[in-house]
Design a protein around this ligand. Structure first.
Ligand code: MD6
Ligand code: FE
Length: 206
């Protein structure tokens, strides 16, 4: 779309800081599987950092300042996440991006994310910046209606997707993750990324 793009490999240069930040967040707020309002346990596990974190339970989807698992605030956004997100957004044509939430998704082989829109953020004028780490996945990029046939986009380790403006409310999802081949598995710079995919999505939620 006119205001959606994939910056191939844009996260590779900063990968050591991104992984260090990720490990710090996970030490305080581990991955967990949440339940949807419909009562299904999500196959993707997730956590958050930043002032607000995305959560789901039987009562609905929302952003909360506290991690429901610990009762504590979500871990602070690592400075590297903020700096890189601002730079990636700028490269994609969105100046002044200041995310206050980073949702972190973890996919194991076989897990998927069904088609959805991201519409729980207060300011839909801000873009979403999404960095892919670890195993590759096929991202489904649909249209304004759930029934629009999605385009398939392969997202690999280090790729960054940015979208906002007229593309902000497009439906999207992730196909079931395939087992990563051995050579990819061994080339990953951290055990956190071996055989799994981690996606950082940075948003202005509040
Ligand atoms: C994922 N991403 O790539 C899931 N949403 O694991 C998302 O749901 C998403 O990447 C909004 C904007 C960018 C995204
Ligand atoms: Fe999304």
């Amino acid at each position: 779309g006119p205001q959606a793009c994939v910056l191939r490999g844009a996260a590779l240069a900063g990968m050591p800081e991104l992984i260090a930040g990720l490990a710090e967040v996970l030490a305080r707020a581990p991955f967990r599987q949440m339940v949807t309002p419909g009562g299904q346990t999500m196959s993707v596990a997730l956590t958050n950092c930043g002032a607000l974190g995305w959560t789901s339970d039987r009562r609905g989807y929302r952003y909360t300042p506290l991690d429901p698992l610990s009762g504590e605030p979500w871990p602070a956004m690592p400075p590297a996440f903020l700096q890189h997100a601002g730079a990636w957004a700028r490269q994609a044509g969105f100046d002044g991006f200041q995310p206050d939430a980073c949702l972190i998704n973890r996919y194991l082989p076989g897990t998927r994310l069904s088609l959805h829109q991201d519409r729980n953020e207060r300011d839909l004028g801000a873009p979403i910046v999404s960095a892919s780490l670890g195993a590759p996945a096929v991202f489904l990029f649909g249209g304004p209606a759930r029934s629009d046939r999605p385009e398939k986009v392969l997202l690999e380790h280090g790729d960054v997707a940015v979208w906002g403006g007229v593309d902000r409310l497009r439906f999207h999802g992730v196909m079931p993750l395939k087992e990563a081949p051995d050579h990819l598995f061994q080339s990953m710079p951290h055990p956190l990324l071996q055989g799994q995919r981690v996606n950082l999505t940075l948003r202005k939620a509040g």
